[in-house]
Every structure is written in structure tokens, then in C-alpha cells.
Design a protein around this ligand. Structure first.
Ligand code: NAD
Length: 517
């Protein structure tokens, strides 16, 4: 059922969303009595679609977090001795259940984050894909064998689980980022304590229930994965605990700056996935049809709320006017509205603070010489929901506002004359997550991929900055934090390496030819 709440945007009712959320939670195995106010102190689950509060959910305090760490640590002590391929069987089952509940999880992501259905389902598909990857990995956690310099000796390395992995996740990928970490950590033989965003507690509860079911069916130890619906303050127990050797934290640079030094102070390991300020260079040889499509998806998709959202276009002066005109033309027609409605491409911002940040950034941009060419207005909707028209802003230079990540759909357009100038502009921001170049000139493409090209963790040619596949390692440099998750050899971040030297001779030759008496 839908009601018209404004002349501009038609939204579902909060009751309708509550019904859909209840149905999805129940299908995923969440005990609906937890939504009852009698179930304890509450975190409020809210929807950005209408701006309404939906339910309360029991929160976890600092002592709950400490207890979760202890439980998970106990589970780890037995789980680490289960052969990796048998651990993979759990992730296989988990992936099957995710496939079964794809629509339920997609609905919850739509309700709590406001993603359009295609993107919400895409997020769940990413979870399924990482399970496939991790299942294969469970038979490939390989170490190297190196030639020993000593006769009758073998030199090799083995990889072992580390313990409890603390996963802290952000609101904008409430399920996939957790799954990236969890699928790898579990096949690596670790246990997981997950502290999700306070803004996505329902999606998290559903994910945790699905994992618990897979774990129970596969006979995994209790407490192998524990979700704690804790505040950032109470999550500091996870950050500080010596029983948590790895903290994988996804969120803002501000959060990373708080978490990283604390983990480092106890010699823990971090996997940091922080903010991005991603750009595309568009050269004179670019296929502009391709560039326009790639830029619009990366810049306006998810309402600009991806870490890999394209925030800057660096266009050659020869094609800058045409490119900008074409982008503005598409931007003016972008369907903004109810994320569940067919045809919508841009859903809501997460909350009032996100909208205030967008307004402040646009004001700053204009004060710093920018000109808003398209979008930027809030569309009329319900009081508590924030639907905005994605904005394009021409900037005379890479000023302070362009240097910071504003988590909203603002695309700054800068101009360049030489590729060296473009690459210098590209790299002259604090963050280093994702990057792209649109060019049909192989020299330009190779230059961007070279050591003195893009300084980001993700470097693309002729596609936008967002929408990475799970097969590659995901993450970025500089204030993005340096972490790597998901594919390639990111699994090594969840394990410890042991170097083994085995003497099968009858002598004790020493390395470096040392003769000790
Ligand atoms: P946020 O930093 O506000 O919160 C992220 C998580 O950190 C939340 O669970 C929060 O409760 C927790 N947190 C915050 N301070 C903490 C502390 N001191 N100790 C322990 N936990 C703490 O970020 P957000 O608004 O939820 O998400 C948006 C941000 O996340 C953007 O900057 C975006 O670029 C970034 N992000 C990065 C990636 C990536 O892979 N690089 C992916 C998704 C989002």
C-alpha cells in the first residue's frame, strides 16, 4: 500500500514497511518477540524511506560485548582444529541459506538503508559470491616451501587461525562487508564478534540468524559468531580487548583515527576500510557514451552513499564542456524517490545529518568558487526523509571541500590540460580508495596504472569507481586505511604465518655457515 505524502514523492507507509520488515525478519529466523519493548533496553530501528522509527531492538552494553568476546574465544579454541575444508562446509551452507533468503535480506537493506531493490539484491549477491570464494579458499590456504641453505633441512611456512576477529561495519553496506569478513575469517579458523552500525540493526539481526542456523546445522561450536548491537562507545571493549587479535573496521576516517591507535597500542592488527574520494579522469580519446554511463552509476547510485562513490571528475579541457552538458542532462532526468518503486534509481539519504552535510558541502563549494550546474535540492517528501537531487558542481580548483569526503551525491568537475596535471590532481586528496580513467589511448591507460599513476587501491580503466567484484582484494591507501578484504590473498589478514625449519639429517649445521664450537 502506498500513500502520497507530498506532491513530489510517493512513499510507502511506515506500517507497510513494518509489516515487510517483520515478514523478512521472521523468514530469516529472527525471534520477533525481540521487537517487543519488554525484551530489554532498545536500539531504535528506523527507516530512511519514510523517516519513521520502526521497532526497538535489544541493545548490547559493554559487558555484553566482553561476554561475546569470551564466548567467541572459547568457540575459536575448538574451531581452529577443524580442518579448513570442513570449515568450508559451513560457509557453503551459509551461502545456500543466503540464496534462499536473498529477497528477505534485500527487503531489509531497502528498508533500513534506502537502497533501490536492484542494489539491495546486488549486495546480497555479493555475500553469496564471497561464500563461493571462501568455500574454494578452504582448500587453498596454502603456504610456500623455500629451499633451505642447510643440507637435510626443509624450510616452509604454514598459516594458522588468529583468534577472534572483531568486525565493525558501516551503515551503507550493512550485510556485504560483514559477509566479506565473516566468510573469510570462518574458513581461516577464526571466530567473529560483529558490531554492526546502529542504523542497521534489523538487517544485522537477520544476517546473524541465518549464520547461526548454518552453524547449528553444521555442528559448529556455539558462539562462533556473535552479533552485538552495541553503541560505538561500548564497542571500544572490542577495540581494546587483547582477546581480539584482528579488528576489521569499516567506516569514516574519523572512526579509523579513533580505532587504529587503540588497537596498535596493544599490538593488535587492524584491517581498515575507511572513506574514499574517488575520481575519474576523462581524456580526449574517451568513449563519452561509456564515460557518461559509468560516471552516473558511480556518482549518483546508492544516492552517493558508497565508499567507492565517484566524487570527482577530472575532464580534459577539450571534452569538459560536452561531458558536463551530457552529465547534467542525465542528472536532470534521474528518477529520485521510493527505493521500492520500479524505475527509481536514487533513493533517500540515510538521515538528517547526511542531508545537513550535503547542504554544508554545497555552500562551501559555492563559497570556494564552485558553480552548481545541476541538482542539489531536497525533494518534497515526508518530514523525516531526505530525498535529494544528485548534484554536479563545476570547481575552479581542488579546494578544501573537494578534498573531504561528503557522504552524499555531489560530483565535482575539475579540468586539466596534460595527463601529468590530471594525475597530480587525482592523487592530491587525503584518501586513496578507488579511481578510474576513461580513455581509448593505451599509453594514457598504462600511465594511470603505473607506479607514478593513480595512488589508489583500486584502479580501473573504462569503468567507474564503484561496483567492485569480490574476486579482487578490496581496499585503499592513505586515509582509506590500507586494509584489504574480500578476494585475492586478503585471507592472509585473518591468519598468522609460521615459518618452519625441519631438520631431517643427523647433523646440526647452522645457517650463515656459523661454526659454534
Ligand atoms: P561511521 O564511521 O560513522 O561508523 C562506522 C562504524 O564504526 C559504526 O558501526 C560505528 O558505530 C562504529 N564506530 C564509530 N566510532 C567508533 C569507535 N570509536 N569505536 C568503535 N566503533 C566505532 O561510518 P558510517 O557513517 O556508518 O559509514 C560511512 C563511512 O564508511 C564513509 O566514510 C564510507 O566511505 C565508509 N565506508 C568505507 C568502506 C570501505 O570499504 N572503504 C565501505 C563502506 C563504508
Amino acid at each position: 500500500m502506498t500513500t502520497t505524502v507530498s506532491a513530489a514523492i510517493t512513499l510507502p507507509t511506515a506500517d507497510d514497511l513494518r509489516d515487510r520488515a517483520r515478514a523478512a525478519l521472521s523468514a530469516c529466523g529472527v525471534d520477533l518477540s525481540l521487537l517487543d519493548p519488554a525484551a530489554g533496553p532498545r536500539i531504535t530501528a528506523r527507516t530512511p524511506v519514510t523517516g519513521d522509527d520502526l521497532f526497538g531492538y535489544p541493545g548490547s552494553d559493554a559487558s555484553d560485548v566482553a561476554a561475546a568476546i569470551d564466548t567467541a574465544h572459547q568457540a575459536y579454541l575448538s574451531w581452529r582444529t577443524v580442518p579448513a575444508p570442513a570449515r568450508g562446509a559451513l560457509i557453503k551452507r551459509f551461502g545456500e541459506l543466503l540464496t534462499e533468503h536473498k529477497a528477505d535480506l534485500g527487503a531489509l537493506i531497502g528498508i533500513e538503508v534506502g537502497k533501490i531493490t536492484a542494489e539491495a539484491l546486488g549486495e546480497v549477491q555479493e555475500m553469496i559470491d564471497i561464500c563461493d570464494f571462501a568455500l574454494g579458499l578452504s582448500r587453498q590456504l596454502d603456504g610456500r616451501t623455500m629451499p633451505s641453505e642447510r643440507p637435510g633441512h626443509r624450510l616452509m611456512e604454514t598459516w594458522h587461525p588468529l583468534g577472534v576477529v572483531g568486525v565493525i561495519s558501516a551503515f551503507n553496506f550493512p550485510a556485504a562487508v560483514w559477509a566479506w569478513n565473516t566468510a573469510l575469517a570462518i574458513v581461516c579458523g577464526d571466530a567473529v564478534v560483529w558490531k554492526p552500525s546502529e542504523l542497521t540493526v534489523l538487517t544485522s539481526a537477520a544476517c546473524a540468524a541465518i549464520f547461526d542456523r548454518a552453524a547449528a546445522e553444521c555442528g559448529a561450536p556455539d558462539g562462533l559468531h556473535v552479533m552485538v548491537a552495541a553503541s560505538a562507545a561500548d564497542a571500544e571493549v572490542l577495540v581494546d580487548s587483547p582477546k581480539v587479535p584482528v579488528v576489521s573496521a569499516t567506516g569514516s576516517e574519523r572512526m579509523g583515527a579513533q580505532v587504529a591507535p587503540r588497537v596498535a597500542a596493544r599490538f593488535g592488527r587492524t584491517i581498515l576500510e575507511l572513506g574514499g574520494n574517488n575520481a575519474a579522469i576523462v581524456t580526449p580519446s574517451a568513449d563519452l557514451d561509456l564515460a557518461v554511463r559509468g560516471i552516473v552509476f558511480a556518482a549518483a547510485g546508492t544516492a552517493g552513499q558508497r565508499c567507492t562513490t565517484m566524487r570527482r571528475v577530472i575532464a580534459h579541457t577539450d571534452i569538459a564542456d560536452e561531458l558536463t552538458d551530457r552529465l547534467c542532462e542525465v542528472y536532470r532526468r534521474l528518477p529520485v524517490g521510493d527505493p521500492f518503486a520500479e524505475g527509481t534509481l536514487v533513493g533517500p539519504l540515510i538521515d538528517a545529518r547526511a542531508h545537513a552535510n550535503m547542504v554544508a558541502a554545497l555552500d562551501d563549494a559555492v563559497a570556494q568558487g564552485g558553480q552548481v550546474l545541476a541538482g542539489g535540492a531536497r525533494r518534497e517528501s515526508s518530514d523525516g526523509s531526505f530525498y535529494v537531487e544528485p548534484a554536479i558542481v563545476a570547481m575552479p580548483a581542488q579546494t578544501a571541500v573537494v578534498q573531504r569526503e561528503t557522504f552524499a551525491p555531489i560530483l565535482y568537475v575539475l579540468r586539466y590540460s596534460t595527463l601529468a596535471e590530471a594525475i597530480a590532481l587525482h592523487n592530491d586528496v587525503p584518501q586513496g580508495l578507488s579511481s578510474s580513467i576513461f580513455t581509448l589511448d593505451q599509453r594514457e591507460a598504462e600511465q594511470f596504472l603505473a607506479a607514478d599513476g593513480s595512488d589508489c587501491g583500486i584502479v580501473n580503466v573504462n569503468i567507474g569507481t564503484s561496483g567492485a567484484e569480490i574476486g579482487g582484494a578490496f581496499g585503499g591507501e592513505k586515509t582509506t586505511g590500507g586494509g584489504r578484504e574480500s578476494g585475492s590473498d586478503a585471507w592472509r589478514g585473518y591468519m598468522r604465518r609460521a615459518t618452519n625449519t625441519i631438520n631431517y639429517s643427523h647433523d646440526l649445521p647452522l645457517a650463515q655457515g656459523v661454526n659454534f664450537g
